[in-house]
Design a protein around this ligand. Sequence first.
Ligand code: SF4
Length: 202
Amino acid sequence: MTDPKSIPLPIYGENAHFQVSRDLGSVKFGCDLTVCKGACCTMPAAAGAPILESETAELERVFPVVQKYLSEESIATIEKHGLYERDRDHALTIPAIRGRDCVFVTYDDNSNVALCAIEKAHRAGEIEGFPKPISCHLFPIRIYPTSGKDTYEIVYEEIAECKGGRARGKREKISVLDFLELPLVRALGEDRVNRLREALEQ
Ligand code: SF4
């Protein structure tokens, strides 16, 4: 029998409520890095990737391990701005270099694909328990807080950079829910993901 302590809790607690966009049930999607070159780590934006309050401690924990994968420019930006900052709306975000590259970006030597240094270290077994911030792990599914207490909306965000991912999803008949099953379970827990699937199938 599995030790209950070894089962990670979902990030969103049991009292959280979700509104789900219906198109989540029909979108076909599977990242194609050969087309996008990891564009979601390098997109121009007013702010960097959003993170949760609970993830600030994780970023501090993994930084000493992942810093060997980061450029001098990333390290300099982190020294100046920190591992996270608050935007104008007080939301927590990861700093970006000149409004583009995430400070945690690293590049694959052979393909020049942008990768998350945290994910790289996690895949190499150098860190445990934190594959990357959940907003990045779930992208292009996004979970936005609404004005209601502990209430969120779950949407699929269609952006031009993911054109190759949509083409691969259609070609290989991959649903976005299947492709992002792991981060969805990490965020919501297995029971809620099963209920989400059932609701979208009706
Ligand atoms: S989410 Fe979109 S931009 Fe990011 S790796 Fe996947 S297809 Fe590329």
